[in-house]
Design a protein around this ligand. Structure first.
Ligand SMILES: [Zn+2]
Ligand SMILES: [Zn+2]
Length: 220
């Protein structure tokens, strides 16, 4: 499905493709009072129960995950294949270390009452996002705005340990679902030389630079 939609939609928070049943539930204050939470801002259909999701009940996680996937950006991160960077990151860490990093990542990215440049702190581009970034977008823990409209945790107060534990658990379950074969322990992934380093070599002309230096030893 995302192969077919590739290029048709720019994936961002406000993306939607209602004809493909992918919506956007991010409403500003005004829209929220007019439409009500859980209504798509584009097609105006009331589609998910935000009240139920905001109960933050792990026993109801299947419903939460299904609801999240009705939103365009969440669906994308639930279904696109992991990029190489995200896969390498996951394998180099191993499952146990990744799970340990989840609460820390949440605290540093969205833990504060009002994070700096909220909404831009979690990379979306697949060549920049690591496996934890994928999970944060997928479960709507990428920024405080998403945490607010999905999980009912208001901006303006630091996240509590309980809220962080809940969001980390969603991330953990997401990663289990997306990378079921990930080893518990780190795996060695050899780093390949970056393509652009190799390409830049012929134009770098290191000899020339050295020669110039030798020609003008007393220039200054
Ligand atoms: Zn819609
Ligand atoms: Zn967000």
């Amino acid at each position: 499905m995302w192969k077919r939609l590739d290029g048709k939609i720019k994936v961002r928070c406000l993306a939607s493709a209602c004809e493909d049943n992918l919506h956007c539930f991010k409403l500003g204050n005004k829209l929220a009072t007019v439409l009500g939470a859980g209504t798509c801002r584009e097609c105006k259909q009331p589609l998910v129960s935000m009240e139920r999701v905001a109960q933050r009940d792990l026993a109801d996680i299947d419903h939460t995950f299904a609801a999240l996937q009705r939103e365009c950006i969440r669906h994308y991160f639930w279904h696109i294949p992991f990029g190489q960077r995200a896969l390498n990151y996951a394998h180099r860490a191993g499952r146990l270390a990744l799970e340990e990093r989840m609460p820390r990542r949440l605290r540093s990215r969205i833990g504060k009452a009002e994070p700096f440049r909220d909404g831009t702190q979690t990379p979306i581009a697949t060549e920049k996002a690591d496996a934890l970034d994928y999970s944060m977008h997928a479960v709507a823990a990428c920024c405080r705005k998403c945490v607010e409209y999905w999980h009912g945790i208001p901006v303006g107060q630091p996240l509590t340990e309980e809220e962080i534990a809940y969001l980390a658990e969603l991330m953990r379950r997401y990663l289990q679902a997306r990378l079921p074969d990930l080893d518990d322990q780190p795996r060695k992934i050899p780093s390949r030389p970056k393509a652009d380093t190799v390409l830049r070599l012929p134009t770098a002309r290191p000899h020339e630079a050295i020669t110039l230096k030798h020609q003008h030893p007393h220039a200054s």
